[in-house]
Design a protein around this ligand. Structure first.
Ligand code: MRU
Length: 381
């Protein structure tokens, strides 16, 4: 995407040829600040602290984290240690595990001397594939928006989205936003209802920022508004991302997604999930087996924003000492999902639908490795 007319991605190799640049997403929307990752620990911290976030971008950052590890020490022990450290950064987005496993498959058989260069090549390939996947999701999702536009007869298509499944969550384009950007660029009038997405407000801070930069009309709403809008016929379709879809079409996404899917189902509003294949966990058949991240309670009990003087300030929302819980994701059962928009096309959210779309991936799936939620230490940010 472009920022002030200049092409910008969310992650890149710096001009020194090895360190890794990122947009520090904890500073948006008030400041556009970049940061540099110089070792695997930097990458793990950037993921855990959500300087980079969004399932596809987490995966790409993990891959570059291993590049940095290999540059420091290309031994088997270093590869194993860095993989374990980065894997522990966040549990829900399967892209993290997917990227680390792909890197390990490539680096394992390599001679030690070749590993750093091979790692950078593979990480770059993962990043480029992410862009291509999202462009393809954009093309397939565009058809869904065109169908809704035909019913609107010239009026804007109202699309509700949750969290940020935009270009900031990927290398470029976004998953849920790719069809929206494409529709807007082709002159189809679209308007996006942006759920603020408490507690970290990725909708209000990030989705609103990137849609605004691209000139896409949008309105930020409090998280509880979607049901009301759907009852009034003000939502034509919902389009969200996913951190992990199961082989049977259940989808984990940012907390609150499930409630939007329930409201959509009750009101006959199509509920689409943009699901790039690296976000599909072929080893899991039930959403109940998706590990759900629990984060620091301070994300719920406090809020940060810009004051009138332009300072970023954090203020308390709850009485001191109040107990808070911070589940970061929920699972929407496949029965509430109208379809999954993948890079290969629009698939029914069923085991058969996904298997027909990805016969090459599903053949290795045994469903015998259920993954239970590990205990994850909350991350103070
Ligand atoms: O906690 P986050 O900000 O990493 O959560 C992001 C989301 O829930 C996105 O919807 C999901 O990663 C899909 S990104 C294309």
């Amino acid at each position: 995407m472009k920022i002030d007319g200049r092409a910008q991605r969310t992650i890149w190799v710096e001009s020194d040829g090895w360190s890794v640049g990122i947009i520090d997403q904890t500073r948006l929307p008030h400041r556009f600040v970049t940061a540099t990752l110089r070792n695997a620990e930097d990458a793990a911290r950037a993921i855990a602290g959500m300087q980079v976030r969004g399932a596809p971008l987490i995966g790409v950052t993990a891959a570059y984290g291993l590049c940095l590890a290999m540059r420091d020490d290309a031994s088997d022990a270093s590869l194993a240690n860095a993989s374990a450290r980065i894997a522990a950064a966040r549990p829900t987005a399967v892209n993290l595990k997917w990227a680390l496993e792909r890197m390990a498959r490539v680096l394992g058989p390599c001679g030690i001397a070749e590993r750093p260069a091979r790692a950078y090549r593979e990480a770059a390939a993962i990043a480029e594939e992410d862009v291509a996947i999202n462009e393809a999701i954009g093309r397939h999702g565009l058809a869904l928006i065109q169908t809704a536009a035909a019913k609107r007869a010239g009026g804007p298509v109202n699309i509700l989205t949750h969290c940020n499944a935009g270009w900031l969550a990927t290398v470029d384009w976004g998953t849920a936003t790719a069809p929206i950007y494409l529709a807007h660029d082709r002159g189809i009038p679209v308007h996006v209802w942006v759920d603020e997405t408490r507690p970290r407000n990725q909708g209000a801070a990030l989705t609103a920022w990137e849609l605004g930069r691209h000139g896409v009309p949008h309105t930020v709403i409090a998280d509880n508004t979607g049901g009301h809008l759907m009852q009034r016929g003000l939502v034509d379709l919902c389009l969200v991302g996913t951190d992990r879809a199961t082989a049977a079409g259940d989808v984990a996404n940012k907390i609150g997604t499930y409630l939007k899917a329930l409201a959509a189902f009750d009101n006959g509003v199509p509920f689409y999930v943009a699901a790039p294949s690296p976000s599909i966990d072929w080893s899991i058949a039930s959403g109940a087996d998706i590990p759900i991240e629990e984060r620091a309670g301070s994300e719920v009990s406090e809020i940060a924003g810009r004051d009138a003087a332009g300072n970023i300030v954090t203020v308390a929302l709850t009485p001191p000492g109040t107990a808070v819980a911070n589940y970061a994701f929920d699972v929407t059962p496949a029965r509430l999902v109208t379809a999954l928009v993948t890079e290969r096309g629009v698939a029914p959210a069923t085991r058969a639908g996904l298997a027909a779309m990805f016969p090459d991936r599903v053949k290795d799936s045994s469903f015998t490795r259920p993954e239970r939620s590990p205990h994850v230490e909350p991350v103070e940010t």
